[in-house]
Design a protein around this ligand. Structure first.
Ligand SMILES: Cc1ncc(COP(=O)(O)O)c(C=O)c1O
Length: 479
C-alpha cells in the first residue's frame, strides 16, 4: 500500500501539456490535410512488426506513448476525410465535431438514461427533432435514436418493424429489398434470426431503381403461398450509384399492402438539404423508419448514425426491458431513457458533436456544402463525357458517379476493359495519391467516386484522372 497518487492519474500540468499536444496534432491534421497522402497500406506482417508485443506490465512515460502513437498509428492511417478519398462512403469529418467527441469522452457522459444525464438526453431529443423536421416526419409523435452507424440504425429499424408488424411470431414473415440495398440490411436480417427464404431480393431496373412491378408480383405470390409480407426496405442514395428508389410509389404499395416502410438513407438522406432536396428525395416523409448517418454527409466524425421513426412509442415498445436495478431511474414519459429506445444500455454522448457542429456553422453551411458536392459530381460527369478516354456508366447522382476508362481507339474485349480498370484502381491506390476503388455495375468493373467531401476540388479530380490516364497508357502499352 505504498502508492500515494490514485491509479490512472496525471497532474493537472501533465494533463494540460499532453492535451495540448493531442489538440496540436489534430489541428495540424485538419490544416495540413491536402499536403498528405490519403492512402495508407500495410500487410499484416508489417503491422505485426510495428505493434506486436506482450501486454506491457510496467508504465512508460505518457509522452513516449503519445509520440509512438502519433508517428506509427495516426500518420499511418488511411485518411477518409482527405479531399482525394473518393471511395466507399468517405468520412469528411470536421474539427468542431472532433472536439465535441473529445468533450463527450473527456467527461465520460453516460447517455443511456434521463436520470444519469438529462442534458445528454435532451440534446439527443433536440437534434433528433431537428432531423424529423428536415425530413417532414411528425415532430411530436415521431422520435429516433443515435446509433454507432447506419448498420446499427438499420438493425434497430428492422427489429422494430418486426415487433410492430409480427409480434412474437415471425415464422411466415417476408421482407423485401432491392439488389442495390446496402449489405448491412441483409446482415441485420440474418442477425435477427430470419431464414434466407424469408428475404426477397428484387432486381433493379436499368437506372438501378427498385423494380416496382417485380415487387408487386413477389408480394402477390407470397400472399398466395400463405406467407406474411411485413416490411420493405427502400434506399435513398444507393451506395453504388447514389440512386433514389421511387419512394412515393413504394410508399403507396406499403400502404396498400400494410407493409412497414423503411428507407435506408444512410448516406443519401442528407441530400434533403440540397436546394432541390425535397424533389430529389420525394416521398421520404412517408417512411415509417428512416436511417440517416451524420457520420457520412453531415460531416461528423465516426461513430454517429441515426434512426428516425414515425412514432416514438414503436421504439419504446420494442426495446423496453425493466430490470430491478433500473427501477429507481425510470422518470416520467416525456423524459426519455434512450436505453429503452434501442439496443445499447451504456451509450456515449453522440448528440453532442452534431449539436455543436450545427450550432457553430449553422444549417446553411451544410446546405451549401451539399449543393457544392452535387454540382461537383455533375461537373465531373460533363468532363468525362467530353473526354475521348472515359465512359460514364452511371450518371452523377447525389454526388456519386461511376465511369470507366474505355480506349475507344482500340477495341478491347469486356474482360480486357475490366482488367484495365482494375489495373488503374490498383495503381492509383499503390501510388497513395488517391483512394479510388472499383465496383461492379451491369457486370462491368467500373471506377466509382463518392464526392461528399466539401474540401474536394475539381482540380483534385482532374489530377486523379490524369494519373489514371497515365496508368491506362501503361496497361495498353503492355498489350
Ligand atoms: C446506404 C447505406 N446504408 C448503410 C450503410 C452502413 O453504414 P455504417 O457503415 O455506418 O454502418 C452504408 C455505408 O456505407 C450505406 O451506404
Amino acid at each position: 500500500m505504498k502508492k500515494t497518487t490514485p491509479a490512472f492519474t496525471l497532474s493537472k500540468e501533465a494533463m494540460i501539456t499532453y492535451g495540448y499536444e493531442v489538440v496540436d496534432a489534430i489541428a495540424e491534421h485538419f490544416d495540413n490535410m491536402r499536403e498528405k497522402l490519403p492512402v495508407a497500406s500495410g500487410s499484416r506482417e508489417e503491422m505485426d512488426d510495428l505493434f506486436l508485443e506482450d501486454i506491457p506490465a510496467h508504465p512508460l512515460p505518457p509522452e513516449t506513448v503519445l509520440q509512438f502513437v502519433l508517428e506509427k498509428v495516426m500518420a499511418k492511417s488511411t485518411n477518409v476525410a482527405h479531399p482525394r478519398a473518393f471511395s466507399f462512403v468517405p468520412g469528411p469529418s470536421n474539427f468542431i465535431g472532433a472536439m465535441g467527441d473529445a468533450l463527450a469522452s473527456g467527461y465520460n457522459i453516460f447517455s443511456g438514461g434521463w436520470a444519469a444525464s438529462p442534458v445528454a438526453a435532451e440534446l439527443e431529443i433536440v437534434t433528433i427533432t431537428w432531423l424529423l423536421k428536415l425530413f417532414g416526419l411528425p415532430k411530436k409523435k415521431g422520435g429516433g435514436i443515435f446509433t454507432s452507424g447506419g448498420s446499427m440504425a438499420n438493425l434497430t429499424a428492422i427489429a422494430t418493424a418486426r415487433r410492430v408488424k409480427c409480434g412474437d411470431d415471425f415464422s411466415n414473415a417476408v421482407i423485401y429489398m432491392s439488389d442495390q440495398a446496402h449489405s448491412s440490411n441483409i446482415k441485420a436480417i440474418r442477425t435477427l434470426g430470419f431464414r434466407k427464404d424469408q428475404v426477397r431480393i428484387i432486381p433493379t431496373d436499368q437506372e438501378f431503381k427498385f423494380g416496382v412491378s417485380k415487387l408487386k408480383n413477389a408480394i402477390a405470390k407470397d400472399r398466395l403461398l400463405g406467407l406474411f409480407p411485413f416490411c420493405l426496405i427502400a434506399t435513398a442514395g444507393t451506395t453504388n450509384t447514389g440512386t433514389v428508389d421511387p419512394l412515393s410509389e413504394l410508399a403507396a404499395i406499403c400502404k396498400q399492402e400494410d407493409l412497414w416502410f423503411h428507407i435506408d438513407g444512410a448516406y443519401g438522406g442528407a441530400a434533403i438539404l440540397a436546394h432541390n432536396g425535397s424533389t430529389l428525395l420525394k416521398g421520404i416523409k412517408k417512411a415509417d423508419s428512416l436511417t440517416v448517418d451524420p457520420h457520412k454527409w453531415f460531416f461528423q466524425p465516426y461513430e454517429i448514425g441515426c434512426l428516425l421513426i414515425r412514432n416514438h412509442t414503436w421504439l419504446k415498445n420494442t426495446f423496453t426491458e425493466k430490470p430491478e436495478y433500473l427501477r429507481d431511474v425510470e422518470g416520467n414519459t416525456s423524459e426519455i431513457n434512450f436505453y429503452d429506445h434501442g439496443i445499447e444500455l451504456t451509450r456515449r454522448f453522440r448528440a453532442l458533436k452534431f449539436y455543436m457542429t450545427l450550432k457553430t456553422f449553422g444549417l446553411n453551411a451544410f446546405k451549401e456544402a451539399i449543393d457544392y458536392n452535387i454540382e461537383l459530381a455533375e461537373q465531373v460527369e460533363d468532363l468525362l463525357r467530353n473526354s475521348r478516354h472515359w465512359e460514364v456508366i452511371s450518371p452523377a447522382t447525389l454526388a456519386v458517379i461511376n465511369f470507366r476508362y474505355n480506349a475507344f481507339q482500340k477495341v478491347l474485349s469486356e474482360e480486357k476493359l475490366d482488367a484495365l480498370n482494375q489495373y488503374i484502381s490498383q495503381k492509383v491506390i499503390a501510388s497513395k495519391e488517391a483512394l479510388l476503388v472499383t465496383t461492379v455495375l451491369n457486370k462491368q468493373v467500373v471506377l466509382r467516386m463518392c464526392l461528399i467531401n466539401p474540401r474536394t476540388t475539381l482540380e483534385d479530380i482532374t489530377d486523379t484522372l490524369s494519373l489514371c490516364e497515365g496508368f491506362a497508357n501503361e496497361y495498353l502499352e503492355q498489350l
